[in-house]
Write a protein that binds this ligand. Structure first.
Ligand code: SF4
Ligand code: SF4
Length: 258
């Protein structure tokens, strides 16, 4: 029987780890400690913004203006977010003894030294995920003796929830890559509404209230309560709302007009 990675072709030099163990350890005694938190391009995803702004007890719009650069990334039809480095080109959350938001650090910081790829071929039912070992010359963690399997690393770094959010975000990114702005171009009102729904939970909450958005949809009471009280549930509603109002997809039920 072949495994999914034996069926799939990867770029030259990239070999999925599967169950093979790898050696790595990152701790305050390594000579490179916190080197990777400087001069780094750090992409941020919607769930990263939620956990970081909650940790810092900030509104998401304040977090975005203070800590995020909005840039044009691989998808020309929707902006990418990158962490804004400080004046000395270090992550703003780097403290004297390491990461000051460690339990709420973003996905990219947790995943290293692994990289994750997901095969969402439509003929496959469930997507297959693959993990690769990456290595930066300056990172001494690879010389440590501690051994991991991918499964143990994902558990240790609390990545299950991050990865499930990453998968939902990847669906949205694919949706945006179809240029769904209907002649408005990028940065038009529809894209701005989608930006709120994906990246700015507190701004989206205000928008929902001002526009009385919940009055338009039939939302079960338990889901409505969690959307009102929980940023993750609001993000999930935001994705459904964007797909419906911009893509015309049947992701939410409309209330009947009286
Ligand atoms: S460079 Fe590697 S070992 Fe050093 S702090 Fe960063 S992840 Fe840890
Ligand atoms: S969030 Fe923490 S771990 Fe990630 S780059 Fe910043 S200081 Fe380093």
């Amino acid at each position: 029987m072949t495994t999914p990675s034996q069926e799939k072709k990867f770029p030259k030099g990239m070999v999925p780890l599967e169950k093979k163990p790898f050696k790595f350890s990152c701790h305050s005694e390594v000579s490179c400690f916190t080197k990777c938190c400087r001069n780094v391009d750090m992409p941020l995803y919607p769930y990263d913004i939620i956990i970081m702004k909650q940790k810092l007890e900030m509104r998401s719009d304040d977090f975005l203006s203070k800590h995020v650069n909005v840039v044009r990334g691989a998808n020309p039809f929707f902006p990418t977010l990158m962490m804004k480095m400080n004046q000395v080109n270090a992550c703003p959350f780097l403290g004297p003894s390491g990461c000051a938001i460690y339990d709420s650090r973003p996905s990219a910081c947790r995943m290293y030294p692994l990289e994750r790829a997901v095969d969402r071929s439509p003929d496959k039912g469930r997507p297959d995920e693959f993990f690769f070992l990456t290595n930066h010359d300056y990172c001494m963690g690879h010389k440590e003796e501690q051994e991991w399997t991918v499964k143990d690393w994902l558990r240790d770094q609390g990545l299950a929830l991050h990865n499930s959010h990453a998968d939902r975000w990847a669906e949205m990114d694919t949706f945006f890559s179809t240029n769904p702005w209907d002649g408005e171009g990028v940065a038009g009102p529809r894209q701005q509404a989608a930006f709120l729904a994906c990246y700015n939970m507190d701004g989206f909450r205000d928008y929902i209230e001002t526009k009385n958005i919940f009055a338009t949809f039939k939302i079960p009471a338990t889901r409505l309560r969690s959307i009102q009280n929980n940023d993750e549930a609001l993000l999930s509603f935001g994705y459904d709302w964007v797909k419906m109002i911009i893509g015309g997809m049947p992701t939410l039920k409309m209330r009947k007009k009286k």
